[in-house]
Design a protein around this ligand. Structure first.
Ligand SMILES: [Zn+2]
Ligand SMILES: [Zn+2]
Length: 314
């Protein structure tokens, strides 16, 4: 799994950063998901290796403009792209459906592919054979949801060598053994599949919390995650501004990471006020230094930066 940050600025775009958008790609799968879609996200796609035609789901955290004003334009532009005829589903807070319907109605626009808008309630919002997605309300100035993507555990490795040495012909029997079934060979021997399959490989977990103050639901969602993406709009010295705006400091993001027992913290949604400090945006690095005092494996994201989440070993 790979996260690619398409926008990491809070509130307004800056010289170096666009407003919020984050893509999640999956191993050996071309479709990807998008978390938030600030204005200009469709141009960020053009500057990245991601193709809008392969967009499958969009998750909107909340209805502040820096998180979803890019949505109608991006979805409309996708209609014009060759081969972009696969369905797109957008999940978001109440009000999103009315916004999208009104926008398309007054502009006479439509999507040239099946488009579904789901207004979410806390809890499980999506599940298939490989992944589930849950959301919980965070604490911000308006309703704001955090999302947890959980990959289901995968079957362990199948011991092909041993299967061959037992004289089992490759083909449908391998499939049954991989599922742990006991099979009977033509010569009467029985083989128990579970003895040829290693322990299950635990799935990965990715969590997105933006925008929010430090809150229990972020910790709850992020529990044991491989990576927590959490907003860090402000430095610790600006705690008062953070509280007033319903945002977090880098230290608070790191505290959530510690409380939830995550493996890594990636911070995003930075106030442009820090960008002018230092040389060419290096002022932002102080947020990373600050977070690392609380949680060592902390990173600050920047636009077009990717973070890989490797598979767990069996
Ligand atoms: Zn925001
Ligand atoms: Zn907001």
């Amino acid at each position: 799994m790979r996260l690619t940050f398409l926008g990491t600025s809070a509130g307004t775009p800056s010289r170096l950063r666009n407003v919020s958008a984050l893509a999640l790609q999956f191993d050996q799968q071309s479709a990807f998901w998008l978390f938030d879609c600030g204005e200009g996200t469709q141009q960020q796609f053009m500057r990245s290796p991601l193709r809008l035609s392969q967009l499958q789901f969009v998750f909107i955290s909340h209805l502040h403009g820096d998180h979803f004003y890019g949505l109608p334009g991006m979805l409309a532009s996708r209609s014009l792209q060759y081969g972009a005829d696969t369905p797109v589903t957008v999940f978001g807070p109440p009000g999103l459906l009315r916004f999208m319907q009104t926008t398309f109605e007054v502009s006479g626009g439509t999507a040239g592919y099946p488009l579904t808008i789901h207004e979410v309630k806390p809890g499980l919002i999506y599940e298939d054979e490989r992944y589930s997605v849950t959301c919980l309300p965070l604490i911000h100035r308006i309703t704001s949801f955090g999302f947890a993507v959980v990959e289901k555990d995968q079957p362990g490795h199948f011991d092909v060598e041993t299967a061959r040495s037992l004289g089992i012909p490759a083909g449908p029997l391998y499939g049954r053994l991989k599922r742990g079934e006991t099979i009977t060979l033509p010569d009467g021997r029985t083989v128990n599949g579970s003895e040829l399959v290693g322990p299950p490989i635990s799935g990965r977990k990715v969590v997105y919390c933006c925008d929010t103050i430090y809150c229990q639901n972020s910790i709850h969602l992020a529990r044991q995650a491989d990576v927590l993406v959490h907003e860090a709009t402000y430095a610790g010295e600006d705690l008062e501004l953070a509280v007033r705006g319903g945002h977090s400091t880098a230290t608070q993001a790191a505290q959530v990471a510690v409380q939830a027992g995550v493996k890594a913290l990636v911070m995003t949604h930075f106030s442009p006020r820090y960008e002018g400090q230092g040389v060419e945006g290096t002022g932002m690095e102080r947020l990373q230094t600050e977070a690392r005092q609380t949680f060592a494996n902390s990173y600050i994201a920047h636009d077009f930066w990717s973070y890989d989440i490797p598979r767990h070993e069996a």
